[in-house]
Structure formats: structure tokens, C-alpha cells
Write a protein that binds this ligand. Structure first.
Ligand SMILES: NC(=O)c1ccc[n+]([C@@H]2O[C@H](COP(=O)([O-])OP(=O)(O)OC[C@H]3O[C@@H](n4cnc5c(N)ncnc54)[C@H](OP(=O)(O)O)[C@@H]3O)[C@@H](O)[C@H]2O)c1
Length: 323
């Protein structure tokens, strides 16, 4: 896979190269976007524009996102794709059908591979830390999957630095494969933990960073400035609406418009470009319910942010903001 308009970045201190912009399936494919031709059009266009990295999870619509995206991958050259999926969240009420135990990890990968229709995934993520399972058990189960070739790299999502360092320590003791990539939330409205914990931990451990929700579920695009457009994500989900659509966030997003206008780009493009510019970021995982969104978001790669613009953005969205 190579496209002249895409950037490819190493996943931390591993040999794997990821497209700087990637595409994920949360709440969309197999969920709000059920039409197979739309899923196919969006993923195929991403691939044709040089996107090689596609992110899923078993929990996204309880396996339906893996199935929907997997059907499209079947028509693309498997070796050019970097496919990730995840486990952790309960898939049923069975006490062992959740978390990061050896049992759940080893059983979950089999189900995910079947749903996606692939013999291996490139990256397997622990979707959240599991306080009830020793991190050594998780690290050794992941190492086993790497040795079996079912998983090429393993990673973590929303892990704190101490837990990540403990996973690396276990891997060193057992000569096992350590986690190579962390998947944290990062957007202008939620940056505190990224600067204080995620970036320093990645630098120390050599892990790559693939960041999620660059638009804060669409809010940073400005489409919620004065209305709640029908059919959009925050219209559909009351939970996300309550979490994201605060007066404070809306005020900041309105001020953000002036900065984007001065640059002649959309707020969505500037929000994604800002994530791309953060130290240590290997790939920004975007989401798109429509082809036009993906096309517009890919142009974020062309946006250049000067020191002056960084300063203006820090004034509107201070580094201490959010989680
Ligand atoms: N590890 C984790 O715990 C975790 C958590 C969340 C996400 N993720 C990953 O990160 C991926 C991306 O996250 P996300 O979907 O939340 O990203 P996002 O960029 O914050 O939100 C994407 C959504 O915003 C809207 N949108 C996209 N482009 C737009 C544009 N140009 N103008 C206006 N609206 C636009 C679309 O929703 P509507 O059109 O429906 O409004 C789209 O589905 C997920 O698919 C998943 O793979 C991981």
C-alpha cells in the first residue's frame, strides 16, 4: 500500500507503518450505517486514498461492525491492510465473557477472526484495563497469540502509564512480546491525560499512539453550534449528547470557527490536523457516516499549523481541558 497523498508513520518503535489517517467503525458500520453499499463505498474510498489502517472492536454493535467491515475487506488485498480489533467489554452475561483473562482473550480472538473473515489481525487491543486480572496474565495471553500468528502486534486502550509499564516489565521477565501501541482518546476538547500521562509513557516505552474521536463525536465540526441536526450521532445517542454537548464545549467550538476561517479550512479539518501534529501520534482514527465526510477529513493532511495557530488553539482549548 502506498499513495502519494497519504503520510505513513511508524507505529512507535515497531517496524509497522500506519497511514496517518485511519478509519474506525464505532457506532457506524453495522449500526447507524447498515446499508452495505455505503459501508463498502466509504471503506473502499479510504483504501483507494491510501488509508491502510482500519480499527474495529468486538463490542461495536456486538460483532456487527466486524462483520460489516470484514465483508468489505474480503474484496481488498489482505496484506495491504492493517486491521485491528479489541476485546474487554462484556459480550454476554457469562462471568468469563468479559475482561482480559487468558480465557476471554484466547476465546475472543477466535470469534473476532471468524466475524472479520481473516486468519490474523495486525493489532489486537485490550479495550480497557482490567483491574480483576493480573497484567502478567494478559501480557502472556497476548504473547501466545502473537507466537501463534493470530495477532501480529498487541496494544492497549485507555491504559494509564503505570499499568503499561507493568505490562512491559512482565514482558521483559518472560521474554514475551510487549504491547507496541496505545489507543487513547485525543481531541481539542479532551487533552489533559494525553499530555500528562499518555505522551510521556509512549516516549518511555517506545509505544506508538493511535488516537480516537478527533472530532469529539462530530462536535468539533461545528454542526451542533445552533441545532441538533436529525440523524447525527449526538441526536441519536442521549449518553453521548449528555457527555459532549455542554454549553462550555459549544462556546469553545464557536470560537474555534474564527481560527479555522482564517486558515480557509473547516473546523473538522483543523481539529484532525491538530491531532496529527501531536508528538508521538502514529495515526488519527477518524469516523465517517458519509463518503463526503471522509473525503473532507482526508484533506486535514494538507493543513499546516503555525506556532501562532497552536497558541490560538491553546487559548480556546487549554492543555488542561477534559479527561
Ligand atoms: N478505544 C476506544 O475506546 C475508542 C473509543 C471511541 C472510538 N474509537 C475508535 O476511533 C474511531 C473514531 O472515533 P469517532 O467515530 O468517535 O471519531 P470522531 O471523528 O470524533 O467522530 C466521527 C463522527 O463525527 C461525524 N463526522 C465525521 N466527519 C465529519 C465532518 N467532516 N463534518 C461533520 N460531522 C462529521 C460522523 O457522525 P454523524 O454523521 O453520525 O454525526 C462521524 O461518525 C472509532 O470508529 C473507533 O474505531 C475507539
Amino acid at each position: 500500500m502506498f499513495h502519494k497523498d497519504m503520510q505513513y508513520r511508524p507505529m512507535g518503535r515497531s517496524g509497522l507503518k500506519l497511514s496517518a489517517i485511519s478509519l474506525g467503525g464505532w457506532t457506524t458500520y453495522g449500526a447507524s450505517v447498515k446499508a452495505e453499499d455505503t459501508v463498502k463505498a466509504i471503506i473502499t474510498h479510504a483504501y483507494e486514498q491510501g488509508v491502510n489502517f482500519f480499527d474495529i472492536s468486538d463490542i461495536y454493535e456486538k460483532g456487527e461492525a466486524e462483520r460489516a467491515m470484514g465483508r468489505v475487506f474480503a474484496d481488498l488485498p489482505r496484506h495491504e491492510l492493517v486491521i485491528s480489533t479489541k476485546c474487554y467489554w462484556p459480550m454476554s452475561d457469562d462471568v468469563n465473557d468479559k475482561g482480559l483473562s487468558r480465557k476471554h482473550i484466547i476465546e475472543s480472538i477466535e470469534k473476532s477472526l471468524k466475524r472479520i473473515g481473516t486468519e490474523y489481525v495486525d493489532i489486537y487491543f485490550c479495550h480497557r484495563p482490567d483491574a480483576e486480572t493480573p497484567v502478567e496474565e494478559t501480557a502472556l495471553a497476548m504473547d501466545q497469540l502473537v507466537r501463534q500468528g493470530k495477532v501480529l502486534y498487541w496494544g492497549t486502550s485507555e491504559f494509564d502509564g503505570d499499568t503499561i509499564r507493568a505490562a512491559h516489565q512482565s514482558a521483559r521477565e518472560w521474554l514475551a512480546h510487549p504491547p507496541r501501541v496505545e489507543q487513547p482518546q485525543l481531541n481539542l476538547l479532551s487533552r489533559r491525560r494525553f499530555h500528562t500521562d499518555v505522551q510521556p509513557t509512549a516516549e518511555q516505552t517506545g509505544m506508538g499512539l493511535v488516537t480516537w474521536s478527533p472530532l469529539a463525536s462530530g462536535l468539533l465540526s461545528g454542526k451542533y453550534d445552533d441545532e441538533l441536526p436529525e440523524g447525527t450521532r449526538l441526536w441519536r445517542s442521549e449518553n453521548l449528547r449528555n457527555a459532549y454537548l455542554t454549553d462550555d464545549a459549544k462556546d469553545r467550538v464557536k470560537k474555534f470557527k474564527t481560527v479555522a476561517d482564517e486558515l480557509g479550512v473547516t473546523r473538522a479539518q483543523l481539529a484532525i490536523a491538530w491531532c496529527l501534529a501531536q508528538r508521538g501520534v502514529s495515526s488519527v482514527i477518524t469516523g465517517a457516516t458519509r463518503l463526503e465526510q471522509l473525503k473532507a477529513n482526508l484533506d486535514a493532511l494538507k493543513v499546516r499549523i503555525t506556532e501562532e495557530v497552536f497558541r490560538k488553539l491553546d487559548e480556546i482549548f487549554p492543555p488542561s481541558l477534559g479527561q
